[in-house]
Design a protein around this ligand. Structure first.
Ligand SMILES: Cc1cc2nc3c(=O)[nH]c(=O)nc-3n(C[C@H](O)[C@H](O)[C@H](O)COP(=O)(O)OP(=O)(O)OC[C@H]3O[C@@H](n4cnc5c(N)ncnc54)[C@H](O)[C@@H]3O)c2cc1C
Length: 427
């Protein structure tokens, strides 16, 4: 009998175990999980509702350090895509609800997804050992057969095939964090990009911006964000960088920020990263000026009143102060009769406010980590190219998706492909 060990009873590990057992019922599949119950991270997803996939699936919804990403993902999605996800969940008793392509369980409860996956695994005969904290992996040679020796705090396990699907510490609080020592084992034989928070807010460089951040805290407004890396602008071909921006005392948050945070995460360590914000993304400068020209008694209105025809009042005041500060001119929120030349400059500023990014939020505030095992060290069957019978799946791989069900879809897809190949590959 072939012994298969899967480390991690999360989204990818459960999918891999189910798929391997369904493909070959003679496999002896055991999942080792440090927590006392399955799918703890899944329970946190989609605000507890679990956005389990997205019907607008394509490889450009994902980021990676590798330029082979599209080819890698397209091959995997050919084997298991969003339609397969729907079919799979229906087959294990989870009916789904489509909300503008974002798919949830009909019950709108992540617990339903976890229960269904766990029950299916148990029904198929998968063993799940909880409170097992894998600390090290070694190899021994048993009569010419290489075996993995997996050591936890309590036991040692032997495996012919090993799947590592341990995810990352994104979204975990300090007391939920455990050792990720096995990443050191992976790093010995595989290129591994440092794990950094992504799908999270951005901390603005406070220097010179303290007043601005204090004044705008709590404002939500539509905006378009352009990332500028060492003076080179990065725009997006889709609209992922336009949407509701949440301004906080540390900087920028909201889905629109999450969607572009991976690009910031990639460059922030070694390059200067700014975000240029257009606070009036639906209006051209000429359109704003044309509207202003129609205001009665324009010369008697103060600049805050004029700007707040288009923008939140607190934001208008904060932007006027920041503008005055940046150009070193005595323009206050009560300034009147500035003239159209100055008004035009202010509108131009409002459409292109450049803020320097200091860092990303901490891992506990992030939904995923960017980085992990280089996809070029992994075959399209999810087996390591460097170590036979060692497989990977899920977020530990250097693939991170935007918000909207894409990260779980990658966990289902990579788990499925790993499970199939663990069962199919008989050597
Ligand atoms: C707040 C939040 C909301 C999210 N919302 C969504 C969403 O709505 N849609 C979406 O697509 N994605 C969402 N995500 C991302 C998604 O949850 C992850 O990308 C996905 O769960 C990754 O699956 P995985 O199996 O790789 O890792 P996990 O689901 O994290 O599973 C890994 C498992 O391995 C275990 N483990 C780790 N190390 C060891 C060890 N040494 N020994 C034993 N066990 C170990 C862990 O305890 C864990 O149970 C969200 C994430 C967060 C934090």
């Amino acid at each position: 009998m072939i012994d298969v060990i899967i480390i991690g009873c999360g989204a990818a590990g459960l999918m891999a175990a189910i798929t391997a057992k369904k493909s070959d019922k003679n496999l002896n599949v055991t999942i080792l999980e440090i927590n006392s119950s399955p799918g703890k991270k899944i329970l946190k997803t989609g605000n507890g509702k679990c956005n389990l996939t997205n019907l607008d699936l394509s490889s450009d919804k994902y980021y990676s350090y590798s330029d082979k990403k599209d080819d890698f993902l397209n091959t995997l999605f050919n084997e298991f895509d969003e339609k397969d996800t729907l079919e799979f969940f229906e087959s294990i008793g989870v009916c789904t609800e489509n909300k503008d392509n974002y798919v949830y369980p009909k019950a709108m409860q992540a617990g339903v997804v976890v229960n269904a996956l766990f029950s299916e695994a148990l029904l198929l005969g998968v063993k799940c050992n909880f409170n097992e904290d894998v600390k090290s992996i070694t190899k021994n040679n048993d009569n010419g057969n290489d075996k993995f020796v997996i050591t936890t705090g309590n036991n040692s396990y032997f495996a012919d095939k090993l799947l590592i699907s341990t995810g990352t510490k994104a979204g975990l609080s300090k007391n939920e964090i455990h050792n990720f020592e096995i990443n050191d084992y992976i790093k010995k034989n595989h290129k591994f990009y440092d794990l950094v928070p992504s799908l999270c807010g951005l901390n603005i460089n406070k220097n010179g911006n303290e007043e601005f951040l204090k004044k705008v805290k709590g404002v939500r407004t539509k905006a378009k964000l352009i990332i500028v890396i060492n003076n080179k602008k990065i725009d997006f071909t889709d609209n992922r960088n336009t949407g509701e921006l949440q301004l906080t005392d540390y900087g920028l948050s909201g889905i629109v920020v999450f969607q572009i945070s991976s690009v910031v995460a990639k460059h922030i360590k070694s390059e200067k990263v700014n975000v240029n914000i257009d606070f009036l993304p639906d209006l051209l400068i000429e359109e704003v000026l044309m509207s202003i020209k129609k205001f009665d008694y324009i010369e008697k209105r103060n600049i805050t009143d004029i700007l707040s025809a288009f923008l939140n009042v607190n934001l208008s005041m904060a932007l006027i102060s920041l503008y005055g500060k940046r150009i070193n001119k005595n323009i206050s929120v009560n300034s009147k009769n500035l003239g159209f030349g100055e008004l035009e400059k202010i509108i131009l500023f409002v459409k292109n406010v450049s803020l320097n990014i200091h860092s990303l939020n901490n891992y506990d505030k992030a939904q995923v980590m960017k980085g992990g095992i280089d996809i070029e060290s992994i075959g399209k069957n999810m087996e390591s190219k460097n170590e036979k019978n060692l497989f990977f799946a899920g977020e530990i791989i250097d693939i991170d998706g935007i918000c909207g069900g894409y990260n779980l879809q990658f966990a289902w897809t990579s788990g499925y492909v790993a499970g199939r190949n663990i069962a199919d590959d008989k050597d």
